[in-house]
Design a binder for this molecule. Structure first.
Ligand SMILES: C[S@@+](CC[C@H](N)C(=O)[O-])C[C@H]1O[C@@H](n2cnc3c(N)ncnc32)[C@H](O)[C@@H]1O
Length: 187
């Protein structure tokens, strides 16, 4: 995960603009009602941290990009709940089985290498009854838009956007991994 460093430098400013355009409310909705121990995968610069409710006892925030990790650590210091920021990769989580109450991913499943592997690992670390909370963009519902997404995905988009694929059928992957009910905020 040494690629996409330029995207990592630019992302915090992009994310601020997104938050001002309504993403901040979605982040709050994503995390509302969570309790106990949480793992956030691909935490970026820690933009979700301020939105965790006080019922969360600890967040382990995994982020592979060094620059984003430094920014996330600064956010963690001012977060309303204890947050530990760690280097790590969604494909190789070093977290014991059945050890966390929730796994959080936001704008990450579009860019991991193997969605199925990542989601199956998320299930592995969740306690029985644990929750996957996700905020992800998904494949367009209309054939025309889905074609545009495919065209972008096979040309410039992943290079511009940190490996993101617009047209992934992320909802199908989540269901394939066996998640039957989760709080979803997708667009
Ligand atoms: C678009 S940013 C989203 C950051 C943050 N989660 C948010 O909601 O704004 C995508 C993030 O996923 C991380 N990421 C990409 N591939 C990853 C992987 N295989 N494992 C863990 N994180 C990954 C990137 O480093 C980046 O921080």
């Amino acid at each position: 995960m040494t690629k996409h460093r330029l995207f990592g430098r630019l992302y915090p400013a992009m994310s601020r603009a997104l938050d001002q355009a309504g993403m901040a409310e979605r982040r709050t909705a994503l995390l509302t009602g969570l309790t106990g121990e949480v793992v956030e995968i691909g935490a970026g610069h820690g933009v979700n941290f301020a939105h965790y409710p006080p019922t969360v006892t600890r967040v382990l925030a995994v982020e592979p990009q060094p620059h984003l990790r430094v920014l996330a650590a600064a956010q963690a210091a001012g977060a309303p709940v204890p947050v530990e920021v760690a280097d790590g990769d969604a494909e190789h989580l070093t977290i014991p089985d059945r050890s966390v109450d929730a796994v959080v991913v936001s704008l990450v499943l579009c860019s991991v290498r193997g969605q199925d592997e990542v989601l199956s690992d998320a299930r592995r670390v969740l306690t029985p009854g644990g929750q996957l909370r996700f905020l992800e963009h998904v494949r367009a519902g209309t054939a025309g838009l889905a074609r545009v997404q495919r065209a972008l995905d096979t040309t410039i988009w992943p290079h511009l956007a940190g490996g993101c694929r617009l047209g992934r059928d992320t909802l199908a992957a989540i269901h394939r991994a066996g998640f039957t009910s989760s709080t979803s905020t997708s667009s």
